[in-house]
Design a protein around this ligand. Structure first.
Ligand code: FES
Length: 149
């Protein structure tokens, strides 16, 4: 899906923002534009950190790398539901804070552990707004059992 910024802004002005609290207690305004959701400014996520958001009834984790990239994945670790937004970011690699399973955030493929992450396409506007799409669709399937200890 491709739209110019002017089209997006014009269509957004006709939408009523949803208001959904995240599980972490943060609250935010979520604006829906077709299958894309605006999560607000990237400035709310310090470089090298992640944050949890609730979008369209689903929890996702969004990461801001120290290199200025943004990624979005499922919120909970496929191993034992660790909070991935609290994981360690190194470039485009994420390490779960609980048992150190590790993934490539560009692909969702595991670098340590045997389950892939669901990743969501995400983009930044020239105003540094985060837009995520594909909520409800899985772009990386789990590659194995998630019951390993
Ligand atoms: S809960 Fe994430 S590695 Fe175990």
């Amino acid at each position: 899906m491709t739209a110019t910024l002017a089209q997006t802004e014009r269509e957004m002005s006709m939408e009523t923002p949803e208001f959904e609290p995240s599980k972490s207690g943060q609250s935010m305004s979520v604006q829906k534009e077709r299958e894309e959701y605006c999560l607000g400014s990237l400035d709310q996520i310090p470089p090298g950190e992640g944050r949890r958001f609730r979008v369209a009834g689903r929890d996702i984790a969004v990461y801001h790398t120290r290199q200025g990239m943004v990624h979005a994945t499922q919120a909970d670790c496929p191993h034992r539901n660790g909070p991935l937004s609290d994981g360690l970011l190194g470039g485009s690699q994420l390490v779960c804070p609980l048992h150190a399973w590790k993934w490539d955030l560009n692909t969702g493929k595991p670098l340590f552990g045997d389950c892939a992450l669901t990743i969501y396409p995400v983009r930044l506007t020239s105003q540094r707004e985060i837009w995520v799409e594909g909520i409800g669709q899985e772009f990386a399937q789990q590659s194995g059992s998630n019951s390993q200890d």
